[in-house]
Every structure is written in C-alpha cells, then in structure tokens.
Write a protein that binds this ligand. Structure first.
Ligand code: TEU
Length: 573
C-alpha cells in the first residue's frame, strides 16, 4: 500500500452545473444553486466536489467548448460566485475541483479568433492549420481522412485564409497546438493558475491523452472504402510528446499547489502505459478514469459507438479485475466509478430500472462501487438512483450534439446503404446516450422535481415524484439512505475497501459477481452481487459461513440463494 494522501481516501461527487439546481428560474442550474446544496453534499459524505465546465461558452458541447477560461458562463453566475463556492466547501472541510478542458477551445475564444484572422497573425500557430489537398477530379479534400468524435470530418474549411483547421470533436472545438511553447504557457496561466490561485483544489483533466498529435498528419488506413472519412483515434491518442507535456504541466504548475488531478484517459488498454500517467514517480497525473467498463454494450469503435451489443458478466469481471489489480506492487493509483455526464445511468445499463427491480439494482451497484479500491467518484443523481429517460421519449428530447449527429448520420445511411441503421442507433441511444445523465436533478415532488421554477432546459424525468431527495431523505430504507450508510462504511473499513487487494471469486459465473478484498492486516471482505433478475445459487456460501454479514440490500434474504440483484458484504471476523 502506497502512502495515503487525502485524495486517495476521498469520495468525489460530480456536479453537472446545467442540471443540478437552478436558483433564479431561468431553467438552467447555477452556482448559487450549487452553494445552496453544499450542506446536502456534506451530509451525504462527499469530500470533494468536481464541477463540470462552468466557464464562458457558446454551449455547443455543454461548456466543453470554452470561449474564456477566466470567466463564468453568465447563466451560471460569476467568478465571485465560484469564490463563494470554494469557501463554502473549505468551511466544511470539503474541496472543489474544476474541469480542465485544454485539448481545444471554442471557435469563439479570442485566441482562435486571432488565429483564424490571417496566416501571419502571431497566434496562427496556436491551432492546427493545413492547406487543402485535391483529388484526381480537382475536388478539394481535407488534409487527412480523420473522422471526428462527433461523426463528421475532423477538419473544417475556413474561407478567410483558405485553409482547414483540426478539431477532434465538434467543428466549434478547434484543437490547440501543444507543440507551441507559448500556447502551453498561456494554457497554464489562463486555464490553470487563474483558478488555482483562487483556492481551487485540482482538476479533472479532459481528454488528457490527446494533446500530442502526430503533426506530420498521416492518413488513417482505409477500413470503409465507401467513405472518405475513416476511424483515426489510434492516430490522435497518446501522441509522441504526450508524457513530456503532462510532466511539464505537473512541474511548472501543479507541483506548486496541494492539489490532485484525475485524467480522462480513453483508448489506452495497456496497464504499463497507464502507469506512465499515474505512477507517483512519473509526476504526471494522480489517477485516471479508465473506460473499459463504460464501453460494455457499445458498438466497436467510435463510428459504431451507439450500435447496441451484448455483453457478458464475465467480461465485466475481467475488466474490473484488470484495473483493480494494475496498481499492485507499484506506485500507481486508480479510480472507482460507473457513471458520469457522458453516459447512460448505471442502473439502466448494467442492472434493471424496471419498477420491481429498481431499488435492489440501485443498492447492489452501490455495494459494488463502494467496495472497490481507488478514489470513488459518484455522479449527481446516482445517490438517489436516477435512471435513463423513459424509452418512449422521442429524439426531440435528446439535446446532445453527439447523439444528434449520430442520429442524423443514421438517418442518412438508412436512406441509402443500411435501411435498419436508424432503428438500431435509436435503440443504442435509449441505453447509452449522454443525454440520460443530463436530465435535471430530482430534489422533491414539486413541478420539475424542484430543480427550477421555470422551464428546464431538458425535460424532467416522469418519475421525479418517486425518485427524489426529499422522499428518500425521509425513508431510512431508501437508496439515498443506503448510499450514506455505505459511504460511511467505506471510511470505517478504508484498509479493505479503499486500499484492499482485489481478487475475483468464481470468475466464470455469468450471473453473480463475487470478489474478495484483503487488507494489509489480513482482514478479508467477501462481496457477492447477483447481476440477474432471477434468484441464483450463492456459490460462495460455504466460505461465507465462517464470516459475518456486514451489509446487504435485502431484509429477508436466504443464506444459500441470492435474490434478484441482491448484494452482500461479509467480513472474516
Ligand atoms: O469527453 C471525451 C471523450 O472522448 C468521450 O469519452 C466522450 O464521452 C465522447 O462521447 C466520445 O464519443 C470529454 C467530455 O467528457 C465530453 O463531455 C466532451 O464532449 C468531450 O470531452 C469534448 O470536450
């Protein structure tokens, strides 16, 4: 076990500002709304609040398109409001971290406006500009064939200077050129020191493995000959200078403050490589999010993300085991989470949101996440068991640029090469769209779940009268009460749950997920989770007879059988 630090033990709660709490009735959440709920979070057992982007932005990608790092989006409030929020957290012994989104800015950022204005502008090289190329018929083509994350080409033509600029995400999110030292220094000052000097306690680092590009921009291999654009993520993730850049960010900026960072690390399957990012001696990041579990049920590759696929429990076990065990015997650290603002709700994806199973599912997943090693992250609404939007809601209720772009593409393909594509993609969106997590937080049984007195920017879930904070606070057996109890248990048994050594039990079993956690002083916990909607034999029953039940989500359970979505934790003394 490596040296304990405050951020290893922390329970982190992600707030998505647009959907958390609206204080002024404009239908958008805001910082004063968050301030009014800091006591609620403290009471829940939260140590750190991670606030998703609240910077000034045209909101093409919900604030991940920043037009000014040093200003707050007016609907959310002001920089002074953030100062108040920082103090409100610190006064209660809590911390606040922000999102650091520095792979790209918005096209509305002053830096980009200057860069785009002329080829000789001093900031021209702060972004990636490349001349066009032409096919054999003289048709203008982008510099490379890369597909962007949000479905179209990763290059957009700009009339003013007759060149293309690169954007791995939306057209309105041009990529910053990290090769340029002046650009890097501006990022450190504006996006980082500005906030750290105001008392912010760290960052969740967006798209952390994409800052270094292969700047000779080779074409991606052609896998789909019917199309010009091709999948190219392998070319734009983990580029040649990535570790140099992250290390510099650490040395020049982060090392001067008592803060922590958690990087968003997609498409990096090799644990040895992940350790380069999170090994303490590497001095880069403190931990990262790994997305293998999140990808269960998604189609292969970016272009098929929303094609639903089957997944097996044994696959989930291997994934969890891999990322639980990868820190053994080294100086790395890991995270435990199953929700964020970019994915469907865990209950709907990995268990069941059917009324008869909803509560057991919510609590079973709570046991799961709370007993895993690493820093724990939960996402707003997870603590009350929020679920995906109802499946009958039409595409008009989806607001996310990614969902809408995929849907438009699917419509186009349905009309030409692949008639059933639209139906399949819609089915995928119902489970996995980023929109599900962005529905307003459900506070009470008043209209719109008490989120706003106005018209919410996204529709409130039909079930807000059953699933909400007020109802659940009054019920000692609610999902919320269970979360509180388990977050406290996690701290009481920190050597087991936060730091223990993870080992699978009965790994091939496709119905129940079982594992042990072992602490340095030889305490053992046995966790048993039934991931199916039927009663299943508890295959570790013999072993459990020598242990005592610490916690479970059923009040009338039978020792040798696990009820639908039942979860139990045993201890060896
Ligand atoms: O996401 C980066 C990312 O690549 C994904 O994991 C993302 O979920 C996307 O759906 C991939 O298909 C981050 C943010 O979390 C996301 O909200 C932003 O849209 C994105 O960066 C661009 O800034």
């Amino acid at each position: 076990q490596s040296t304990a630090t405050w951020w290893k033990d922390a329970t982190v709660y992600q707030v998505y500002p647009a959907s958390f709490k609206d204080s002024d009735g404009d239908g958008w959440g805001d910082i004063p709304g968050i301030i009014s709920k800091v006591d609620y979070l403290n009471d829940l057992g939260v140590d750190v609040v991670w606030l998703s982007p609240m910077f000034d932005s045209p909101q093409e990608d919900m604030g991940y398109d920043i037009s000014d790092y040093e200003a707050v989006y007016p609907r959310y409030g002001t920089v002074e409001d953030i100062d108040v929020l920082v103090r409100a957290c610190h006064d209660r012994g809590m911390k606040l971290i922000l999102d650091l989104v520095v792979n790209h800015t918005s096209t509305e950022h002053e830096w980009f406006k200057e860069s785009r204005s002329s080829k000789t502008n001093p900031k021209r090289d702060w972004y990636f500009w490349r001349p066009p190329r032409y096919d054999e018929h003289g048709k203008r083509l982008p510099p490379t064939n890369y597909r962007s994350y949000f479905a179209d080409s990763a290059w957009t033509w700009d009339e003013t200077t007759q060149e293309y600029y690169l954007h791995l995400y939306a057209e309105s999110q041009p990529d910053l050129n990290w090769e340029n030292e002046e650009t890097r220094n501006a990022i450190y000052d504006s996006a980082m020191r500005f906030w750290l000097d105001r008392g912010v306690d760290g960052f969740r680092v967006d798209t952390v493995n994409k800052y270094s590009k292969h700047v000779d921009f080779p074409d991606a291999p052609i896998v789909d000959p019917s199309n010009f654009i091709q999948p190219a993520t392998h070319l734009y993730c983990n580029g040649p200078r990535i570790h140099e850049f992250i290390r510099e960010m650490h040395d020049k900026v982060l090392s001067n403050y008592d803060v922590f960072t958690v990087g968003e690390l997609s498409l990096t399957p090799d644990p040895k490589h992940v350790l380069k990012y999170v090994g303490a001696s590497e001095k880069q990041l403190d931990m990262v999010f790994q997305f293998d579990m999140i990808h269960l049920g998604m189609g292969h590759g970016l272009e098929d993300k929303y094609e639903p696929t089957e997944w097996k429990l044994s696959e989930m076990k291997q994934i969890i085991s891999k990322w639980q065990k990868f820190i053994e015997g080294n100086d790395g650290w890991t995270t435990a989470f199953c929700e964020n603002h970019d994915n469907g709700r865990a209950i709907s994806r990995f268990a069941s949101d059917e009324p008869e199973f909803w509560q057991a599912s919510a609590k079973m997943l709570t046991i799961f996440i709370v007993t895993l090693t690493g820093t724990l992250f939960l996402y707003q609404g997870q603590e009350i068991g929020m679920i995906n939007m109802p499946s009958e809601w039409p595409i008009d209720e989806y607001k996310d640029i990614e969902a809408l772009n995929y849907y438009k593409e699917a419509e186009r393909l349905s009309n030409s090469s692949d008639p059933t594509r639209k139906g399949r993609i819609m089915q995928g969106l119902r489970k996995m769209a980023r929109d599900h997590a962005r529905l307003p937080m459900q506070w009470d049984s008043t209209p719109n779940g008490g989120f706003t007195t106005g018209i919410p920017w996204m529709r409130t879930h039909d079930k807000y009268k059953e699933i909400n904070v007020e109802v659940e606070e009054k019920d000692p057996k609610s999902v919320l009460s269970f979360w509180k109890q388990l977050l406290a248990l996690r701290k009481d048994y920190r050597d087991l749950f936060i730091y223990g050594v993870f080992d699978l039990v009965d790994p091939e079993n496709e119905d129940t997920f079982m594992y042990t956690k072992l602490s340095t002083d030889d305490q053992v916990a046995l966790v048993a989770l039934n991931f199916s909607a039927d009663p299943k034999p508890f295959t570790a029953f013999e072993r459990s007879k020598k242990m005592k039940l610490l916690v479970g989500n059923y009040y009338d359970s039978e020792p040798e059988t696990l009820q639908p979505f039942e979860g139990r934790v045993y201890l060896n003394f």
